[in-house]
Design a protein around this ligand. Structure first.
Ligand code: AMP
Length: 215
């Protein structure tokens, strides 16, 4: 089972991907996480993309396709892959199809998570994650039982993303509508797209995703 979670920044792709990893043993391939890891470890590529990411623009197709290629050719996953934040352009979508074919795999589902823009702004500007285990939280929508302490691992190093501010978000949303939303038509035409309401509670959205996977 290989699946794309498609949706604007703040739609909840990462949150749902984490649940799928825990419940179904799938492997999450998030190009955003890979790029942030490259920045943190200070690789040449990481340094090159830092300013582009902070401004909310897309990094080049070449870089992200290379990252996905590396993962697909070196990672085993019996549960399958969840593509989170990739593909984001038509060129990336074509490349993903070719890469999957090359490793003898195929795409099973593309799930579009629909969330209106107002909700995205409040979701993004309030979100933070545990720096130790990656669990996601939100100032009002999902707070840890004890303020500043991760429910999942007890970590206290909570982090906010540099690009989770209103200015960068505007650019990220524009990039989504201009470069990524054409993928909705692309996968619809291939008969692979299912759209779900991404606005509900985390568990409700999860149930909608499970229904698509099990259909
Ligand atoms: P994300 O964590 O998916 O919101 O990604 C954070 C940032 O990383 C984006 O705003 C882009 O700058 C960059 N990025 C992540 N994935 C891609 C992609 N598939 N194509 C281009 N840029 C990406």
């Amino acid at each position: 089972m290989n699946l794309i979670l498609l949706g604007p920044p703040g739609a909840g792709k990462g949150t749902q991907a984490r649940t799928l990893v825990e419940e179904r043993g799938m492997v999450q391939l998030s190009t955003g996480d890979m790029l942030r890891a490259a920045r943190t470890s200070g690789t040449e590529m990481g340094n090159k993309v830092a300013a582009v990411m902070d401004a909310g623009q897309l990094v080049t197709d070449e870089i992200v396709i290379g990252l996905i290629e590396e993962q697909l050719t070196t990672t085993e996953s019996t549960g399958g892959f969840i593509f989170d934040g990739f593909p984001r352009t038509l060129a990336q979508a074509d490349a993903l199809g070719e890469l999957l074919a090359r490793v003898g795999q195929k795409l099973d589902d593309v799930i579009e998570m629909r969330v209106d823009d107002e909700a995205l702004v409040s979701r993004i500007t309030g979100r933070y994650t545990c720096g130790s285990c990656g669990e996601g939280y939100h100032d009002t929508l999902k707070t840890p039982a004890k303020e500043g302490v991760c429910d999942n691992c007890g970590g206290t190093d909570m982090k906010r993303r540099a690009d989770d501010n209103e200015d960068a978000l505007k650019t990220r949303l524009m990039a989504y509508y201009r470069d990524t939303s054409p993928l909705i038509g692309y996968y619809y035409a291939k008969g692979q797209l299912t759209s779900i309401n991404g606005l509900g509670e985390i568990a409700e959205v999860g149930a909608a995703i499970n229904a698509v996977i099990e259909k």
